[in-house]
Design a protein around this ligand. Structure first.
Ligand code: CUV
Length: 636
């Protein structure tokens, strides 16, 4: 283990470099925050009104409630669901931006975006009930776009979100209706939740949690339409071979990191870079080298094979290589400290969105009407920066690993269909029934330096694979596996159990790809957790059971962001056992903690469990899969 709080060898080298030059990174700042305030850490600090902050102080007369009389359970429940509101707002706003651009494509108003995957447009249109027969593609696209935008605008509470009702199976939809959490409109459920948790509104923790679940379902609707419309505009992922880790940064090229979330920007930079290689050469470089960080990195990895540089916790370290000419960011998960890191080098930080600026960095407003021009301007700034690069400061760790990624649901079905053309998902279900694999686990979510960077992600991948669990991955978790060399065929040989190896042998023989399939299927960014849920729903449908009976578990081994809380919450509502590798700030109220970790199972079949130890968490996941398989066998 490194002397720093990471398992990543390249990150360790760069943290040494940071120490040498006196740069205090997020690793230092995480240490500086210890010990944490117990009130905040357990969720019993209420900051919702200006009379606060109020803490629960059971030993003082009158101290066991907030000034307004709110009990611990009200405070904890409110705090928890406000995370969901924040996360759902972020995901959904990303989805809305994509939908708006998509509408403009359909109306012929933007020149730089187009419909790339018309087959997916047809599939989505049919699925959500848009007439396709004999109609013009652009007219269909316009109806899909308007329906997507209506998901945000709907205020009629008798309606149901299309991207929930049409993509979930009937048993789940009925569950959502019965529990009153089926959302009508995305904006409506988020505004309602903020209202519900205002001072002096809802004091009932269970009611608050149900409001939170409604917002969480709005989150997945926003994610799903973001995934669908991005695929239609930019293409649906197919298997690609690329590489990951800081060694993907090239000393002889103009390096640009694409960091953030929204493919509207990153994809356009990819397109522009293809046209501008000569300009980079004229500046003395061998060309332009793009690398990805966080989820926008996953977007361009899936569609374009752009290599991964780092994930969330190590984003500053990409700058420490001294060879990063520009870091282009849009929204979400961008540390403002990248600007401070850049001050030690020639690196230009470019913010691009009206709601995301960092003092001292360049702001180049990205405008969809002139998207290509904006992207080219950004690249020119990077080329200029390259000219100022100090070769003496360049120090790129020679570490990179082969990555096989690009597994959209469609890409996975293409492989499964080669084994069973009629029922592709039966390939997975039959392997479970035969005892070859135990089930499926999705490793998702962020980094959190409350633990060791990437330790939980990679330990769980190895433990679960050893126990014949088929793995899916998204977000920074997927990047952790890629950085560590787990996302390739070699890792299957090294870590998979005998059953999983047999399963892979069949898949590899059928797939006929040039590269062997990787130890986990990278399904994309955080919004692409919608793909993961489609996978589980397809499993349920193939098995003829409710989602809550599917041998599937989701795990966020190093969860951090509000978005991760939203994703966890809808997973619970969908019936999925949901592991979180940090202790959640629900433990300050026994009641709320019991509701989300125990009672939730009685209602939804899904529930949370907190377990910071990756080995224990893996053992628990295996138990859950065994139990679900046993119950399914008993039912027959
Ligand atoms: Ni959206 S949300 S740290 S980049 S996964 Fe990475 Fe993924 Fe969490 Fe953020």
């Amino acid at each position: 283990m490194s002397e720093y709080n990471t398992i990543d060898v390249a990150a360790t080298q760069m943290l040494g470099k940071a120490k040498e030059i006196g740069f205090l990174s997020t690793f230092d700042r995480a240490k500086a925050q210890e010990p944490r305030c117990t009130f905040g850490n357990t969720g019993i600090c209420c900051r919702i009104c200006l009379a606060g902050p109020c803490r629960i102080l059971p030993k003082k007369p009158g101290g066991n409630k907030g000034i307004c009389g709110a009990r611990d359970y009200t405070i904890v429940a409110r705090n928890t669901v406000r995370y969901i509101a924040g996360g759902a707002a972020a995901h959904s706003d990303h989805g809305r931006e994509i939908a708006e651009t998509f509408l403009h494509v359909a109306e012929g108003k933007v020149k730089d975006y187009k419909i790339t995957d018309a087959d997916k447009l047809m599939r989505v249109a049919k699925h959500i009930g848009v007439e396709t027969e004999g109609r013009d593609v652009m007219a269909i696209a316009k109806d899909v776009a308007l329906l997507a935008l209506q998901e945000f605008a709907e205020v009629d509470e008798s309606k149901e979100l299309t991207w929930i009702a049409k993509y979930s199976n009937e048993t789940r939809n009925q569950k959502f209706r019965d529990t009153g959490i089926m959302p009508a409109g995305i904006n409506l459920s988020l505004a309602k939740l903020l209202h519900q948790t205002h001072i002096g509104v809802d004091a009932d923790p269970v009611n608050i949690i149900f409001g939170g679940l409604k917002a969480a379902l709005s989150d997945v609707a926003g994610e799903h339409l973001a995934t669908d419309l991005s695929d239609i505009m930019f293409g649906t992922g197919v298997p690609v071979v690329t590489e990951a880790n800081l060694g993907a940064i090239k000393a002889d090229k103009v390096n640009i990191a694409l960091h953030g979330h929204n493919p509207l920007l990153s994809q356009m930079v990819v397109n522009a870079a293809k046209e501008m290689q000569e300009e980079a050469k004229a500046a003395g470089a061998k060309g332009i080298n793009l690398v990805g960080i966080c989820c926008t990195g996953n977007e361009v990895l899936m569609r374009e094979g752009v290599p991964i540089a780092t994930n969330y916790a190590t984003q500053e370290l990409a700058i420490m290589t001294g060879a990063m000419d520009a870091m282009v960011v849009d929204v979400q998960c961008i540390m403002p400290s990248i600007r401070t890191a850049a001050e030690c080098y020639h690196t230009k930080i470019v913010t691009t969105m009206p709601i995301m600026k960092i003092p001292g960095s360049y702001h180049m407003a990205f405008d969809e009407m002139h998207a290509m021009d904006s992207a080219k301007e950004i690249i020119r700034l990077a080329i200029d920066a390259y000219k100022q690069r100090d070769a003496a400061k360049v120090c790129i760790p020679e570490i990179k690993n082969t990555v096989v990624a690009g597994f959209s649901m469609e890409a996975m079905y293409n492989i499964f269909r080669k084994i069973n053309a009629e029922n592709p998902m039966s390939v997975v279900i039959d392997a479970i029934a035969a005892g070859e694999i135990k089930g499926v686990a999705a490793l998702i979510g962020c980094n959190n330096l409350k633990g060791t960077h990437d330790l939980n992600h990679t330990t769980m991948a190895q433990e679960l694979a050893k126990n014949d669990v088929l793995l899916l991955a998204t977000g920074c978790s997927a990047q952790a596996h890629a950085l560590a060399g787990l996302m390739n065929g070699e890792a299957v040989k090294k870590y998979a159990g005998e059953g999983l190896k047999k399963f892979y042998a069949r898949l590899n023989a059928a797939a006929g790809l040039t590269a062997e399939l990787p130890l986990m299927f990278h399904m994309g960014s955080c919004v692409d957790n919608s793909r993961v849920q489609d996978f589980v729903t397809a499993m349920a449908n193939e098995m003829g059971v409710d989602n809550a009976d599917v041998p599937f578990v989701v795990s966020a081994p190093e969860a951090m962001s509000e978005k991760a809380v939203a994703i966890g919450a809808w997973n619970v509502a969908y019936g999925n056992p949901t592991h979180v590798g940090v202790i959640a700030p629900t433990v300050g109220s026994q009641l709320v903690n019991d509701v989300v970790t125990k009672i939730a199972e009685d209602v939804f079949g899904g529930y949370f469990f907190w377990e910071p130890d990756a080995n224990k968490a893996s053992a628990k996941i295996i138990d859950i899969l065994d139990e679900r398989n046993w119950k399914n066998a008993m039912r027959k």
